[in-house]
Design a protein around this ligand. Structure first.
Ligand code: FES
Length: 168
């Protein structure tokens, strides 16, 4: 990370934390903002956040590693969270997972080489009676079928203006 980028990030964290008077209640909102903007929380960001909130970096790391929507590694622009909890599991989550992996040609936990998609499992999304459920960033999809996976993925490829491959 370049010095100018570090300065920018530090100023941004200072500004965000200032809205919470540098009180630790602002820790999660600040982390969420950084995650959304940079798609991950770098070591440098964690150190700066710890300094500004006057807490130990290990505590910041603990929060980042606890929440599945925060990450220390750069994620795709669109993160697909597939619910792995029992209702969705029984409703056919495994077939949906397989189709997601086939469609994107990656495994869960990985990011596509073009940086567009990351596949992750998550716990209950609160749509247990409409499983399998998944989130793409903040968009919730319910009763997802393997056949429906292609359309979901393509809609995000199209949003991003990425090359859209057609099924023949
Ligand atoms: S079990 Fe999947 S949304 Fe609740």
């Amino acid at each position: 990370m370049l010095e100018a980028e570090k300065d920018q990030l530090k100023n941004e964290i200072l500004h965000l934390a200032g809205a919470y008077n540098n009180h630790r209640s602002g820790l999660l909102p600040v982390l969420l903002h950084i995650q959304q903007k940079y798609r991950y929380i770098s070591r440098y960001a964690m150190q700066e956040i710890a300094d500004i909130f006057r807490i130990h970096p290990v505590e910041v790391y603990g929060v980042v590693s606890f929440y599945s929507f925060l990450s220390t590694e750069k994620k795709g622009k669109f993160i697909i969270y597939l619910c792995q909890t029992i209702s969705c599991d029984m409703a056919g989550k495994r077939a949906v997972a397989r189709q997601l992996e086939n469609e994107l040609n990656i495994k869960f936990g990985e990011t596509t080489p073009d940086g567009l998609f990351t596949l992750k499992y998550t716990n209950c999304l609160g749509a247990c009676d409409k499983g399998p459920a998944l989130l793409v960033n903040e968009d919730l999809y319910t009763k997802v079928t393997p056949e429906g996976v292609f359309d979901i993925i393509q809609s995000y490829r199209a949003k991003f203006g990425a090359h859209v491959t057609m099924e023949i």
